[in-house]
Ligand binder design. Structure first.
Ligand code: GDP
Ligand code: MG
Length: 337
């Protein structure tokens, strides 16, 4: 097999900073031109509707505004096409696929928990009985209930209390704690301890880690989702839209979900990434892989099973107001990246 690239674990080492700068500039141009295109399409629609309201008088200002908006729409759409399909292809080197088989890799799972006494015990036991998993570490976020004791009694190898509140704080600590005692070619898995995800999916993550730095779960696959989960009629498509915007910025990667905690990473790649992680809130999930993509590391998204949460949601759940706030923060991250 000729083109198997075993050598380099992390693309950062081979990517020059000039390539990274070019990728940033071209990615931003693509994202901004698409944004202008979408906004101007919306305005063209509004002005066309206004026109219908003034069928006889046809005011001149409306005609001029309409012409201007159509011109902006056409030119931004054209710019988007040129940037993405011509400039990107010409100036950003293609990444060859990579194959670095995981041989006898140890796997540590970090579970997040916050007032999750109803589910953390079952989650720990499920991951402990998974044959691929060596250790299960629970990071609870200063819970007021019995999460700590139940996690310990259920067989967690370690239970740690993270004092700084926030989903992102909990995830960062879970990654850090899971990496303790592991070598660069071992694996850390991040998951929620709320029983929405399945321990049986660990084997899927391990299979794809041969080819990348981070394997990310997606909850967007209907065939793997319980009938009534928090990924409902609005949260699911909204997640997919934000994911596609990220995809435009980092053209080449394929994304369909922005809020899935379940993911697995090579420890060596995590050590390169961790100094770039800082988001403590609910928008940590895309922040982690946006930083990874900025470093031109490899990411593969895979479908995972998604079930109904046991106990009350502390994050977004299916709350539309919270979801809108988190989506705005995620887009804020993306546009400033
Ligand atoms: N929102 C939130 N979640 C936290 C916090 N600390 C830990 N978590 C954990 O992060 C995960 C995500 O929260 P969850 O309630 O499941 O939100 P959902 O997935 O949007 O329903 C769960 O495992 C929580 O227990 C925190 O301070 N805020
Ligand atoms: Mg959850």
């Amino acid at each position: 097999m000729r083109s198997i690239s075993m050598a380099n674990s992390i693309e950062t080492k081979t990517s020059t900073s000039a390539t990274m700068r070019r990728a940033t500039l071209i990615g931003r141009l693509a994202l901004y031109s698409l944004t202008v295109f979408m906004i101007s399409c919306l305005f063209v629609l509004v002005v066309s509707c206004l026109w219908l309201l003034f069928p006889l008088s046809e005011p001149l200002w409306l005609l001029r505004l309409h012409r201007l908006l159509v011109a902006v729409t056409l030119s931004s759409g054209f710019a988007f096409f040129i940037v993405l399909f011509i400039i990107h292809r010409l100036f950003i080197p293609r990444q060859d696929f990579s194959f670095r088989p995981l041989t006898n890799a140890k796997v540590h799972v970090g579970l997040t928990a916050y007032n999750d006494e109803l589910c953390i015990g079952d989650a720990v036991q499920a991951f402990k009985s998974c044959p691929y998993v060596d250790k299960v570490i629970v990071v609870e976020n200063n819970s007021k209930d019995n999460t700590y004791q139940i996690a310990l009694e259920s067989g967690a190898d370690r239970v740690v209390t993270e004092q700084i509140p926030g989903y992102g704080s909990c995830c960062m600590r879970a990654l850090e704690e899971s990496a303790i005692g592991l070598g660069d070619d071992d694996v850390i898995v991040l998951c929620e301890g709320d029983m929405t995800f399945s321990a049986d999916d660990v084997k899927k993550f391990l299979a794809y880690l041969d080819n990348c730095d981070l394997v990310l779960g997606t909850r967007a696959t209907q065939e793997l989702r319980a009938a009534k989960t928090q990924m409902d009629w609005l949260i699911n498509p909204a997640n997919q839209i934000v994911a596609k915007m990220i995809q435009v910025r980092f053209w080449g990667v394929r994304l369909t979900d922005v809020g899935c905690t379940y993911r697995a990473m090579r420890v060596g790649s995590y050590h390169c990434l961790k100094k770039h992680l800082w988001v403590r809130g609910n928008h940590f999930s895309p922040h982690m892989y946006i930083e990874l993509l900025k470093l031109r590391m490899r990411l593969i998204e895979i479908p995972v099973v998604f079930q109904i949460r046991a106990g009350e949601s502390k994050g977004v759940g299916s709350n539309k107001i919270k979801a809108a706030r988190v989506a705005i923060r995620m887009l804020g991250l993306l546009y400033n990246t």
